[in-house]
Design a protein around this ligand. Structure first.
Ligand SMILES: NC(=O)c1ccc[n+]([C@@H]2O[C@H](COP(=O)([O-])OP(=O)(O)OC[C@H]3O[C@@H](n4cnc5c(N)ncnc54)[C@H](OP(=O)(O)O)[C@@H]3O)[C@@H](O)[C@H]2O)c1
Length: 253
């Protein structure tokens, strides 16, 4: 895709990967509107020169209001990124995990669906545009301390595939961004030394997005081992390795 002249809405762009990609799209020449719940961050992001809009993706009315606001000021919107996500540890031996499971599905999966539902009629009417969904390497290779997170991201992958097939012929393309572990804060970099630096990740993502035609999946090098573990026969060994993290759960101590 041509990243130099897009008009992009990023739902879930107030921090982390979403904010960095907002800056990269803007640096390449595109116009970016950032959405999220934290109004203090939206104010700061607005002061950087971005359009901003408050949105809670768990609330359809909020998503519809954000859509109306964005399209009023940016009727030429052509790209929607469904970045909003939460990552919650869950101990499945504790029935209390259920509220985390509900929240995870509501934000990561249903939030993605709500945002796509709100914006696809506009993109279809334009006859051109891009939806960028956000799954995770964990959707392809579970990290057992985050079971519902893994399930939600596997679901986003499946949904993206079906959405692409249903939009075929409309001019609207679907690209699924599949991040590996990315350190979005210094604390995260310290906790997980294997996580990719945000800067390096964003550079690789923008390079991949630039390709024509837009790839169906945006796979940086560090996520290939997760994405293709089943095909490569490394799946069982890697899941076993990743299961060592279960020792951090309260019921295992
Ligand atoms: N970092 C990683 O290692 C990694 C790896 C794979 C996939 N991912 C995915 O990449 C995406 C961004 O993650 P990140 O690491 O950059 O985390 P982050 O800094 O916590 O960003 C999450 C974003 O989601 C937004 N959000 C959360 N709940 C929301 C809600 N109810 N309504 C609207 N927005 C909401 C947050 O905005 P507000 O709080 O302002 O609403 C924030 O902008 C997520 O989908 C995540 O699952 C991340």
């Amino acid at each position: 895709m041509d990243i130099t002249n897009r008009t992009v809405f990023i739902a879930g762009g107030t921090s982390g990967i979403g904010l960095e990609l907002a800056r990269r799209f803007a640096a390449a020449g595109s116009t970016v509107i950032v959405g999220g719940r934290r109004t203090d961050l939206l104010d700061r992001i607005s002061a950087e020169g971005f359009g901003t809009v408050p949105v809670d993706v768990t609330d359809q009315a909020s998503v519809d209001r954000a859509r109306d606001t964005v399209l009023l000021s940016h009727p030429d919107l052509d790209t929607v990124v469904t970045m909003s996500g939460v990552m919650i540890l869950e101990d499945l031996r504790d029935p209390g995990h259920f509220s985390a499971a509900e929240q995870t599905i509501d934000v990561n999966l249903l939030g993605t669906v709500r945002v796509i539902d709100a914006f696809t009629p506009h993109l279809i009417a334009r006859g051109a545009g891009t939806v960028v969904t956000v799954s995770s390497g964990i959707g392809f290779l579970p990290f057992p301390v985050m079971p519902t997170y893994a399930a939600s991201k596997a679901a986003v992958h499946a949904y993206s595939e079906a959405l692409r097939a249903q939009l075929d012929g409309t001019g609207v393309e679907v690209a699924e961004l599949v991040p590996p572990a990315v350190a979005t804060t210094p604390e995260q970099a310290q906790r997980n030394p294997n996580a990719l630096a945000l800067d390096d990740f964003a550079t690789e993502v923008m390079d991949l997005l630039r390709a024509e035609p837009t790839p169906h999946q945006i796979l940086v090098k560090a996520v290939l081992m997760h994405r293709w573990a089943e095909r490569d026969g490394t799946y069982d060994e890697l899941v076993a390795q990743r299961s060592q993290a279960l020792a951090m759960l309260p019921s295992r101590q």
